[in-house]
Design a protein around this ligand. Structure first.
Ligand SMILES: [Zn+2]
Length: 298
């Protein structure tokens, strides 16, 4: 497709600091931009990747960060998690807390350990007024039970949404944003596509989870380059074209996370009355204007 006609796309969940990109990150970034990707939110999921995510943000002006502790890394939380994460979030101007949540696919870390780390992060999201990006695997009931204890959080993102009918009902009721990406494009994901169909278009966010979860036919490594392909496969679930899905998800991401102040994104969203005030309020790129001065400490 003519790249000039691709609407701007935001990858709301990527791990471009992963070793899979170590040898050709510049080329991936360039190809992504040519494919219409105007902004990437890189997720730091452990103290080490808080640092590498921030390095990426410093290197590429269209990258923002979200920082948290993945439930599989909950064992890495020392007594200073709250202090260290809060400092990293503030110093980087992160757009969200996460990814955090529950992952019961493996027996470790134990539930109590995951719960402890999750609650620390929910407390921070609550006090900072930041969205929370949730990772959930085989843990839908525990997740909703925990989040029901936090009725006043800023919006919740269920990243790479997957789960039960009950979780889908709960997400709609709670007004959660729902990350859609490569997982849902796989031939075996028929049941997941059935759940996604029910999600309101104004709550959808495009994401890759790169380098993970590639759509069929692109090789083993996922990257933001594939977002338009993913949009093309999933858009019919909502009776949209790929372009319409890209426009809608970009507007949703800007409303939720703010945006780099580029003409491209403004063009994508200026006709959307629902989002106009939030764009005006939050047009400064997150991460470039830390809310508290300070030096990197994590
Ligand atoms: Zn992730």
């Amino acid at each position: 497709m003519d790249s000039a006609r691709v609407p701007p796309i935001i990858d709301t969940h990527a791990h471009l600091d992963d070793a899979a990109f170590a040898h050709d990150l510049d080329a991936v970034m360039e190809a992504s931009r040519a494919a219409g990707v105007c902004q990437v939110i890189n997720i730091g999921y452990s103290p080490a990747t808080w640092l590498s995510s921030r390095a990426l943000q410093d290197q590429y002006p269209h990258v923002g960060v979200a920082l948290g502790l993945h439930p599989q890394n909950a064992g890495e939380s020392g007594p200073e998690l709250a202090r260290d994460l809060l400092r990293a979030l503030r110093d980087s101007g992160a757009v969200a807390v996460g990814e955090t949540g529950f992952d019961f696919a493996r027996s470790q870390p134990e539930f109590k350990e995951q719960e402890h780390a999750f609650r620390i992060q929910l407390e921070i999201a609550s006090s900072e007024g930041l969205p929370t990006i949730i990772h959930q695997r085989d843990a839908a009931d525990a997740l909703t039970a925990e989040l029901d204890r936090w009725p006043n959080l800023a919006p919740i993102v269920l990243h790479s949404f997957d789960g039960t009918d009950l979780l889908a009902d709960w997400a709609i009721e709670r007004g959660c944003y729902v990350g859609i990406g490569g997982l849902a494009t796989r031939p075996r994901s028929e049941k997941l596509r059935g759940l996604l169909k029910r999600m309101p278009v104004d709550r959808l966010l495009l994401e890759t989870d790169a380098p993970y979860l590639p759509p069929p036919g692109v090789g083993k490594r996922n990257s933001p380059v594939n977002l338009r392909v993913i949009a093309g496969i999933l858009a019919p679930l909502w009776h949209l074209t790929a372009e319409e899905l890209c426009r809608a998800t970009t507007a949703n991401a800007v409303a939720l996370f703010g945006s780099i102040s580029t003409g491209q994104v403004t063009e994508a969203t200026k006709n959307d009355q629902r989002h106009e005030s939030s764009i005006t309020d939050r047009h400064v790129k997150p991460g470039k204007a830390p809310r508290t001065p300070g030096t990197a400490t994590v």
